[in-house]
Design a protein around this ligand. Structure first.
Ligand code: NAD
Length: 289
């Protein structure tokens, strides 16, 4: 059974409930996962808050945090094929695409590992004589991170890597239908040496786990990627303590094709963008579709 990761421990849901994880290609059950609820989310938030306030992740030298984030990238590269297979089983996307995602994901961890100790702040000219102003970037605190089903681990990496590099603690809720690679990466983060309580994973539905994460006053920031209707609910819930919000929402963006563009290429690119998950269709000739 796939468990949740709270305060450095792999745990079942407090209710004992589970959910079958389905391969969308053939509808087979590929795993059974703990199905968390509001209570489990509160446990995870409390662990992240405690780790932020009383442990030393935020004050660990940024270069040290960067080394650990680099180590996570090393482990993702080591387990690239296993992760790609899991991602494909879970989402139905081709293994070729998943392998590409894993390379991007390792790159995301490396990018933020490199940035960890490069942000020395900024000195700003002051209008007051004999004084200077300095902009200092500090960790926000406890970050709630909610991801969608379509690029499960890539979306997770864009949230995990910067939050960790900057010294935050976090609670992640992956999509309830595609949690498998996120679970695996939490194993890798523990192996890389991320201290207990710094990263927490709660599995389960949006209207309980996600809603609690969005509303809970001990969460300082929500980073969400998903649909616009969910984003609106999160924005409303997050107003309880005026959380910092990063909302990356859905939509099918219009394409504008200028008269001097090659129309066939534009059609190929547009179709590839829409149907990419159903395999990489781009062949350079739209008549192939
Ligand atoms: P979704 O909005 O249904 O769910 C996203 C996440 O939100 C899931 O983890 C879900 O459990 C959680 N959630 C659901 N209700 C919630 C609530 N009330 N409070 C808190 N969390 C809640 O989206 P989805 O179907 O998983 O993903 C597809 C959508 O994501 C599409 O609209 C797509 O366009 C969008 N998306 C956007 C981007 C981007 O870059 N802007 C990238 C990927 C996906």
């Amino acid at each position: 059974m796939k468990k949740m990761f709270i305060n450095g421990e792999w745990v079942e849901a407090s209710s004992g409930e589970t959910r079958d994880i389905i391969n969308p290609y053939n509808q087979e059950v590929i795993a059974t996962a703990a199905e968390g609820n509001e209570q489990d989310t509160k446990f995870a938030i409390a662990a992240a808050r405690e780790a932020f306030e009383h442990d030393d992740w935020a004050t660990t030298p940024a270069a040290e945090r960067g080394k650990i984030v680099h180590k996570i990238a090393d482990l993702i590269e080591r387990d690239r094929e296993e992760l790609a297979e899991l991602e494909s089983l879970d989402t139905g996307k081709t293994v070729e695409e998943s392998l590409g995602d894993m390379d991007d994901i390792a790159g995301v961890f490396r990018y933020f590992a490199e940035m960890a100790d490069k942000d020395g702040g900024e000195i700003i000219e002051s209008p007051i004589p004999n004084s200077t102003s300095k902009v200092v970037h500090e960790p926000v605190g406890v970050c709630g991170q909610i991801t969608p089903w379509n690029y499960p681990l890539l979306q997770a990496s864009w949230k995990l890597a910067p939050a960790l590099a900057a010294g935050n603690t976090l609670v992640m809720k992956p999509s309830e239908i595609t949690p498998l690679t996120s679970i695996k990466v939490f194993e890798l983060m523990a192996e890389a040496g991320v201290p207990a309580g710094v990263v927490n994973l709660v599995l389960g539905p949006g209207d309980s786990v996600g809603a609690e994460l969005s509303a809970n006053d001990n969460v300082d920031l929500i980073s969400f990627t998903g649909g616009i209707h969910t984003g609106k609910k999160i924005m409303q819930a997050a107003s309880s303590n005026v959380k910092n919000l990063a909302l990356e929402l859905g939509g099918k963006n219009p394409n504008i094709v200028f008269a001097d563009a090659d129309f066939e290429t534009a059609v190929d690119q547009a179709m590839n963008a829409v149907f990419f998950h159903a395999a990489n269709l781009f062949s350079g000739n739209s008549s192939d579709y």
